[in-house]
Design a binder for this molecule. Structure first.
Ligand code: NAI
Length: 337
């Protein structure tokens, strides 16, 4: 069996999980190299899993011609530059979301993808690979709810992670680019259209620290799409019960909800507090399966020389909308795209 040899950059919160998936979860992928500026992370991954090559400098990894593909799980502000460097060095590339933290750098990434058209590029909007979202999309495309007219997406991190969120706030790009970007992508996917106007509100209801970065701990936005459909986004950091991702698509003939009660599994705990369903505690738990399926799709696209459904343009378009939402929130105005 031909194996796709992958080098990963970024071994942090999410990168280490992707590295493990590449090493053990997809049979025709091989984790051949790991890279992080933190030497200990490189050393630990190499030692635990017997990884052949380790780097603390990304450019050195790009010299390794044994590799077929580069998997980018570094901080968001590095994605576009690293995408460009890896494509121009002759590798297939997967990048975590968001594509970039400015629209200008997204456009540069687009150019790099266009001039390396023989290479596979895929962006990590993993919710599109979640079995429930895929099932919902198939039903909607079959006409199960008539014409979709409204998308509603909530993405709220558990308050138990608030210290990390505050530290991350300076480089995250804000709630819309960091948290709501998945819902923005899903809204475009389900409503099959592009946003034409957006209004946003929110605030620092519990953590004034976010105001230093012109951000809120909780934000919301209402959008109108070119086909006159609507989308409502709600993103924040104050969920008490766990990682709250819930989605609803309302159509002319019905409604589809995905994880309307964002439960961990099918178990109900019945005790002195009543009847409870527990909740996933973080994105790794909720989307564990989706991360593996998206990786398998990236590897299959390389092996079958097929372009992925999620393109660099999806990355730019979602970033443009996230910025419009951020502008609407900061300046309290309706933004037309
Ligand atoms: P993190 O801060 O935990 O890890 C970043 C990693 O990149 C660390 O290993 C760090 O040493 C490494 N790094 C930093 N600068 C580097 C450089 N110049 N060269 C090589 N390595 C470098 O970040 P986290 O939370 O793992 O996020 C990484 C990316 O994944 C972000 O873009 C984030 O938006 C995205 N993400 C996506 C999620 C999803 O739902 N798809 C969920 C969480 C994060």
């Amino acid at each position: 069996m031909k194996k796709v040899k992958i080098g990963i950059v970024g071994l942090g919160r999410l990168g280490i999980k992707h590295a493990e998936n590449i090493a053990f979860k997809v049979p025709n992928a091989e984790l051949t190299a790991v890279c992080s500026t933190v030497e200990e992370e490189v050393h630990n991954a190499q030692k635990s899993w017997g990884i052949k090559y380790g780097y603390t400098n990304y450019k050195d990894m790009l010299e390794n011609k044994e590799l077929d593909a580069i998997f980018i799980a570094s901080p968001s502000g590095l994605h576009c530059e690293q995408i460009e460097q890896a494509l121009d060095a002759g590798y297939h590339v997967f990048s975590e979301k968001p594509l970039g933290v400015t629209v200008e750098e997204c456009k540069r990434a687009e150019k790099a993808v266009e001039r390396n058209a023989d290479k596979i590029f895929m962006l990590g909007f993993m919710r599109r690979f979640d079995p429930s979202y895929r099932y919902a999309k198939e039903k909607i495309d079959e006409g199960a709810i008539g014409k979709p007219i409204m998308f509603r997406g909530y993405s709220v991190d558990p308050e138990s992670c608030i210290e990390g969120s505050i530290r991350f706030a300076a480089i995250s790009g804000g709630q819309f680019i960091d948290m709501a970007i998945h819902d923005i992508d899903l809204a475009r996917w389900f409503l099959n259209s592009e946003a034409k106007s957006i209004f946003a509100v929110g605030g620092c209801y519990a953590y004034p620290q976010f105001a230093e970065h012109h951000d809120g701990d909780t934000v919301a936005a209402l959008m109108q799409f070119e086909n006159d459909t609507m989308a409502f986004l709600y993103a924040g950091k104050l969920a008490q019960h766990g990682y709250n991702v819930e989605t609803e698509i309302v159509g002319t003939k019905g409604t589809i909800r995905i994880a309307a009660v964002p439960q961990k599994n099918l178990v109900e705990v019945i005790d002195t507090n009543g009847v409870r369903k527990e909740c996933s505690q973080n994105f790794l738990e909720r989307f564990e399966e989706s991360f593996v399926i998206e990786l398998q799709e990236f590897v299959n696209c390389i092996l079958e020389n097929r372009k992925p459904e999620i393109t660099v343009y999806d990355g730019t378009k979602s970033t443009v909308i996230a910025y419009a939402a951020t502008e609407a929130f900061r300046e309290n105005k309706l933004v037309r795209l």
